[in-house]
Design a protein around this ligand. Structure first.
Ligand SMILES: C[S@@+](CC[C@H](N)C(=O)[O-])C[C@H]1O[C@@H](n2cnc3c(N)ncnc32)[C@H](O)[C@@H]1O
Length: 447
């Protein structure tokens, strides 16, 4: 037995027992044996299991003691389709696990950080999905890329918003007749305020007949836009458009480019926007908010009611769509690659606050100049705890403390974690926040 962990060797036939001690970043149960860490899919913290090694890989035989957090996965395709790695866990327990992971991360960077607020998007609210299309005898299957091997046809889904799930049936029909789908293809679906927005990527070019079929499909299903790209390339062509599709951010209507980045659900988008707006320092309308990685304006447009936003985004089309929607508002939208050309401390001189929402890899070369700048307040929206930790360490070294954080579970039944962090190195704000926390902490006499 090692590491104080239970890995109880017992019986004949190489059968061993182990206690699951945690959940790994991909959702597999973690146990320790002979000084090594092992992962067992479909097991949960606190469970006692029996397993056997095949080579160096443990294989689950039986769950001997079941966790209270275990439930029967609601979806009939769980374990097959490649999504939802932890549907055998209750949603409250999963949110608690996510919050705990962020708590431990924050504890490793800050001294006595405040506990995170928590938000979880409801089931069947996912409005953005990248789907794999596979030609099969007699038609196509539509499923997830995440699955190893061919996609499983998505005949059930507790994640996707019903309007998009219901569209899969007619989509199978029309895509079966598309000649350009000669093998594996790709379909990005975004649900905008004007309805579904589709981007199809195919291995062969669309024929004239394909284009006609897609245009008829768009008309019959009131889909405002269908775009097309050659598989693996970025040249996007609109093949059907009745009117400009749009999504509302704040009071503005934005027409995003095809396959644009959107937060996973309308509900989680609001939770993120609310956490960002609540975390802004007191501003007057002339104050400058510098926003990095602005996308099409999810945060930009609501923030422009609070101050003047100077927004930077690396994708030219996203930046252009934000610029078009910004007309008449206090927003300057710029296309800029912040890896190749990060903003330097002197570019940030006028910023009252910086809001950043970087991609999965984190802020990379942008974080050092941000830390060296004179900016006092930062709001960091993160979709990757590992990248976040690295960036927070740099910011903490430069004097930033954590004012508050919010964990947003927007990818249900997965281990993905979105977090909004409010940071400051303004001594007055830090002091105010500490006093507020001390006042609201339960005193000993309350207990
Ligand atoms: C997580 S998304 C956030 C977008 C937006 N804040 C939102 O909530 O919709 C990250 C954004 O960073 C942009 N991005 C990725 N790499 C970049 C780079 N090197 N420079 C600037 N922007 C980049 C992506 O195009 C994407 O819009």
């Amino acid at each position: 037995m090692t590491d104080g962990i239970t890995a109880m060797n017992n019986m004949a036939n190489g059968v061993l027992n182990a206690k699951i001690e945690g959940l790994g970043t991909t959702g597999d149960g973690v146990f320790y044996h002979d000084g090594k860490t092992y992962f067992l899919p479909n097991t949960l913290p606190g469970e006692t299991v029996s397993f056997r090694f095949t080579g160096d890989t443990p294989e689950l035989i039986e769950i001997i003691e079941t966790s209270n957090s275990r439930v029967t996965p609601p979806c009939t395709l769980f374990d097959e389709c490649g999504g939802c790695s932890v549907q055998h866990m209750t949603l409250p327990a999963l949110l608690e696990w996510k919050a705990d992971r962020i708590t431990r991360l924050l504890d490793s960077v800050f001294v006595n950080p405040p506990a995170p607020e928590q938000y979880q998007t409801p089931p069947r609210t996912r409005r953005r999905m990248d789907l794999a299309i596979q030609r099969v005898t007699g038609g196509v299957h539509i499923g997830l890329h995440a699955r190893a091997g061919d996609p499983i046809d998505m005949t059930a889904c507790d994640v996707l918003v019903p309007e998009l799930f219901e569209l899969l049936t007619p989509l199978r029909d029309v895509l079966s007749g598309i000649g350009a789908i000669t093998g594996r293809a790709d379909l990005q679906i975004n649900l905008l305020d004007t309805g579904p927005d589709l981007t199809l990527s195919t291995p062969a070019p669309l024929t004239t007949a394909d284009r006609t079929k897609l245009a008829i499909f768009a008309r019959e299903h009131t889909i405002r836009r269908i775009a097309w790209t050659p598989l693996g390339k970025r040249e996007i062509e609109t093949v059907a458009q009745s009117r400009a599709p749009y999504i509302r951010f704040g009071s503005a209507e934005v027409t995003p480019p095809p396959a644009a980045f959107l937060q996973a659900s309308k509900e989680s988008e609001k939770a993120i926007q609310d956490a960002v707006l609540a975390g802004l320092p007191a501003l007057n309308k002339k104050d400058i908010i510098v926003e990095l990685y602005a996308g099409c304006g999810t945060l930009t447009l609501p923030m422009s009611d609070k101050g003047r936003v100077i927004a930077y985004e690396g994708d030219a089309e996203a930046a252009a769509s934000l610029r078009t929607a910004s007309g008449g508002r206090r927003i300057d939208a710029h296309m800029r690659d912040l890896v190749r050309q990060p903003l330097l401390p002197h570019d940030l001189k006028t910023a009252r606050v910086v809001v950043l929402d970087p991609p999965y890899t984190g802020a990379g070369p942008q974080i050092e100049p941000l830390a060296r700048s004179a900016v006092r307040d930062i709001i960091y929206v993160s979709c990757n705890p590992a990248a976040l930790k690295k960036d927070l360490q740099t910011l903490h070294k430069a004097g930033f403390e954590l004012i508050s954080s919010t964990v947003v579970d927007q990818f249900l039944w997965s281990t993905e974690i979105e977090t909004v962090l409010v940071l400051s190195r303004d001594p007055k704000r830090i002091k105010r926040e500490n006093s507020r926390r001390n006042r609201s902490a339960p005193s000993h006499s309350d207990s």
